[in-house]
Design a protein around this ligand. Structure first.
Ligand code: FES
Length: 172
């Protein structure tokens, strides 16, 4: 092992991640079984960057001393992680039982039609990402759609264009 090269690799890895993530990794590396915190580290990267860029996953692997294949394997296993940038507004349509029986499917179809994207995709302008989600814990308000931190209750397909317009105006 050539320490100088190693130091350079680690230095580059540290530079490739947000400071808060590097700090978190340094902390878990001091404890027992640092690799057991891999999911928490990936959550932190996604929280900071909005998705998991390839170079960030490489950097996590280097700083945590785990194979890159393990990092990408864990990240691919969980639906929550994204490898592509998400939109400014994430539209999550609840497809839990209460929302489903009250018409979540029609709401999703209308969002798809209006935005011209499928579930899991982001509009070309980077404004909206459309997702489905499990029960949001607001079943009495079904069907429920979450946009960013806002909850929209008793959604219908007819309300979809107005919701989209509202966030487009906010983004201006
Ligand atoms: S099923 Fe949609 S909020 Fe519970």
């Amino acid at each position: 092992m050539i320490p100088a090269v190693n130091d350079k690799v680690l230095e580059n890895a540290r530079a490739a991640l947000p400071a808060s993530v590097v700090e978190f990794i340094d902390k878990v590396n001091q404890g027992e079984r640092p690799s057991s915190h891999l999911i928490a580290v990936l959550h932190k990267v996604q929280e900071e960057l909005g998705f998991l860029p390839r170079e960030s996953m490489d950097a996590v692997a280097q700083l945590m001393q785990v194979p890159t294949a393990k990092v990408t394997g864990v990240a691919s296993f969980y639906h929550h992680f994204s490898f592509v940038p998400k939109g400014k507004y994430i539209i999550s349509v609840c497809t839990g039982t209460a929302c489903y029986v009250k018409g979540a499917e029609e709401v999703i179809d209308k969002f798809k039609e209006e935005l011209g994207i499928n579930l899991g995709e982001t509009t070309a302008d980077g404004l909206f990402t459309l997702e489905d989600t499990r029960c949001l814990g607001a079943c009495a308000l079904a069907p429920v759609v979450k946009v960013g931190d806002d909850i929209h209750a008793s959604m219908t397909a007819d309300k979809v264009p107005g919701i989209i317009e509202r966030y487009m105006n906010l983004a201006d």
